[in-house]
Structure formats: C-alpha cells, structure tokens
Design a protein around this ligand. Sequence first.
Ligand SMILES: [Mn+2]
Length: 317
Amino acid sequence: MLIRVLYHDHCFDGAASAAFFSRFIAGAVHPGAEFRYTGMAHRASQNFDPALFDGDENAIVDFKYCNNPRLTWWFDHHQSAFLTPEDAEDFRRDTSGRKLYDASYKSCTSFIAAVACERWGFRAPDLEDLVRWSIVIDGAQYQDARAAVELGSPAMKLTLVIEASKGSDIVHRVIGWMQRRTLAEIVAEPEIQALYAPLYQRHLESIDIIRGRAEQADGVVYFDLAGYEMEGYNKFIPYYLFPKSIYTVSVSPSSFRTKISVGSNPWSPEEPRHNLASICERYGGGGHARVGAISFEPGQLEKARKVAAEIVEELKT
Ligand SMILES: [Mn+2]
C-alpha cells in the first residue's frame, strides 16, 4: 500500500501535517503502508498535474483542494482552500468523510490531530510537542517579535531550515524524523546543523537588508527584495524593526514566481481591520485572515509592484 502525501512545502505546519498524517494513517488505517511525499508551492498558474496522484491512496494536507477522483484524503485550514467553484462543489458533494476542512484551526497539524482522535480514536502523545509548536508557528502565537526573530527554540531553528532550504529533499527527511523524534533531536542532526549555520547567517543579513529597504507609512511597512533571491525571509522581521506597524506588504521575486506577501503584526497595538486572504483573493492569491500572498509569473516584477502599491493604499485606510 503506497500513500502519496502532497503537503505545503517549506512550511513548518506543512511538514508537521505530513508527519502527523502519516503516523495517523499507519497507526489507525493502513498499518505497514509506505509513504511518499510531494511538496506543493503556490504558483501563478495553479493546477494539479494528475500524475501527482500516483498512490493507492492520495492525500493533500495544509494545501488547496483538488477536484481529482484519485484524491482520497484532504485536510486544510486556509480560508482560501478552493481554486475554483467546481473544486468547492466537488468537496461539498464528498461523502467519504475523509476530506476535511476547518478554517478555525490555527494549524493544520492540530486539525488532523483533533479529527484523528475524535473520529478514529487515534492518539500520538509523543507528538504533542510537534502539534503545540505547529500552532505557535502557523498561528504566530509568539510572545513578541523578538521571540519570533531570534530563533531561540529548536522549533524555530528547524523552521528556518524548512523555510529557507532549497528543494524538498531535506524537508522530506524532516517529515520522516518528525514522526519519531523530538524537535531538539532533529535540530541536532549533523545534516540540519550544516544547513542551519549558513542560513542563520543569511537570516541575520536579511534583517539588515529589510531594514535598509523598508519604508513605513500610516502603519504599513513596504519593501521589495528584487535582486536578493530572498523569498524565504522570516515574516516577523518587519514587526521586529517596526513594532508599531500594523501591516507589511512585500514583493519578492524567485525563479518560479514573483510573490507578494501581505501580513499583519501579531503584536500590533491596534487590531487589524482588513481580511488579508480576501484582499489577496481579489488578485488571484489567498491565505488566512491575518496573512496572505499572491503569486505572479516569474519576471512580472512591475505588475507585482503595481498591485502591491494598491494593497498598501487600501491597508492605510
Ligand atoms: Mn498551515
């Protein structure tokens, strides 16, 4: 029995969701199953290649729904969960009980853990720490911006490696380790240590780069990272640098997309009034109420800058 798991790549909650889901399936549904992982990234031209669904069972976790009859499991908690009305309709018609959606969960990992326990009686007490950290990281539940940027805990160090490493190989190994080992043990792996040291250096540089490029007006921080190949920057840096800001809008080009990120300050003195997923959906993107993103084709820097400027104006009001 081969289980294909499509997960949100370069995201702590995406990796933790894939890990928890695998433990759940092996523990409660298909003992002895073999798991293969495919990291998914948001792109401008989004569609699922049918060849992705090559398992006896095929799952998507922490990523958009796909209207493909070979999809047998789906767990997501993003406000923007459907690419098309047909996808949403297909989901509504599902009677398998294995396609599950709840945007009230702060992390997809905690959603999978709750459903696995309630409906299948599956528990994994040794993964409680993993679940707890998925909520902290995906739900931005840090005490302050300093805790989010200074990377004191093993979970934060691992997040840096997951978010900033190139390719999916290391994330796949992390998904394997997350099923059986503590976060501290994973971070102590020589392979993770070797990746972490230069990425941490880059993280420190990125704070200076953002400091040099960011401007703040009326509570909105804006910067673009054209020329820096720095898409995986820590999204709390702007609030570390501008503690009184409410929103951040950034443009970051990479090889496979030009990305606009829109975020809100979790420690803002003022409660954000805009739903960022809804704003991003208007431009073909999506996300959560407090953080969203839009992907344009590679090379569409000017278009992305124009849209970003519109969003900055909207958020200032
Ligand atoms: Mn998530």
